[in-house]
Ligand binder design. Structure first.
Ligand SMILES: [Zn+2]
Length: 234
């Protein structure tokens, strides 16, 4: 049979565990919201960067188009010169220039086509990023709403458990109170440890026969290994 002290400490241990769980839930909510908001900001950043990429791609395509026009004008000019060539030698020179210009034009056209394709791909990616942003915004809103909806209940739970703990702590004898407060501050719910099969559950130190007797006599005492307050349940 558990002693009166042990029953009371077992109850106190359970309450401290409940408090730790409620406090963890209160901390988890804002953490989840902050994480979701960070992901929204990252998605917005990615969109901004993608827009810059598209802008740069457009500029490159514009430059290529200008280059193409210049090349066309050059080609038209040399073609005109070809028609008014005054000798076979001159004719051959112009003919060679036309061939080179045509080859250049072909290369520019190909590069320009590639640039247009890049713009298309970049725009498709932008659309994808915008969808992702909407999903992330929704996740952030849900995380926030969930936390706000559950907070009053968890706050009330914390308040209730705290008052139950205050009542349960009355079992602690006056001379042990200061040590208990330090232990609780340092270890929270694990300031208490149950004795199982003669060992401290927290640090596995064997409880001496002498201590076993003291426990059964309802002594308020710590484990010799880890200092946690011991109790037993059977
Ligand atoms: Zn221990």
């Amino acid at each position: 049979m558990a002693s009166e002290m042990s029953v009371a400490l077992s109850n106190l241990h359970r309450l401290l565990q409940q408090l730790a769980e409620a406090e963890a839930a209160l901390a988890d909510g804002p953490r989840a919201v902050a994480l979701a908001e960070k992901q929204v900001a990252q998605a917005e950043q990615a969109i901004e960067e993608q827009k810059q990429t598209i802008k740069a791609n457009r500029k490159a395509a514009d430059d290529l188009n200008l280059k193409l026009k210049t090349k066309e004008a050059e080609l038209a000019k040399v073609t005109g010169q070809l028609n008014s060539a005054s000798s076979n030698k001159e004719y051959d020179i112009f003919k060679g220039q036309i061939e080179t210009a045509k080859k250049d034009r072909g290369e520019i056209e190909e590069t320009a086509l590639g640039a247009m394709e890049e713009i298309d791909a970049a725009q498709a990616k932008l659309k994808q990023l915008e969808i992702e942003l909407q999903v992330r915004k929704k996740t952030a809103q849900t995380a926030k709403a969930d936390f706000e909806a559950s907070k009053p209940e968890v706050d009330a739970q914390v308040g209730l458990v705290q008052s139950q703990i205050a009542a349960a702590e009355k079992v602690i004898p006056g001379e042990g109170k200061a040590a208990w407060d330090r232990l609780r501050k340092a270890h929270g719910a694990s300031a208490l440890a149950v004795m199982e099969d003669g060992f401290c559950e927290a640090c596995s130190t064997k409880v001496t026969n002498q201590d076993m007797v003291r426990l059964r006599m309802s002594d308020f005492m710590g484990c010799r290994g880890c200092g946690r307050i011991l109790y037993f349940t059977e």
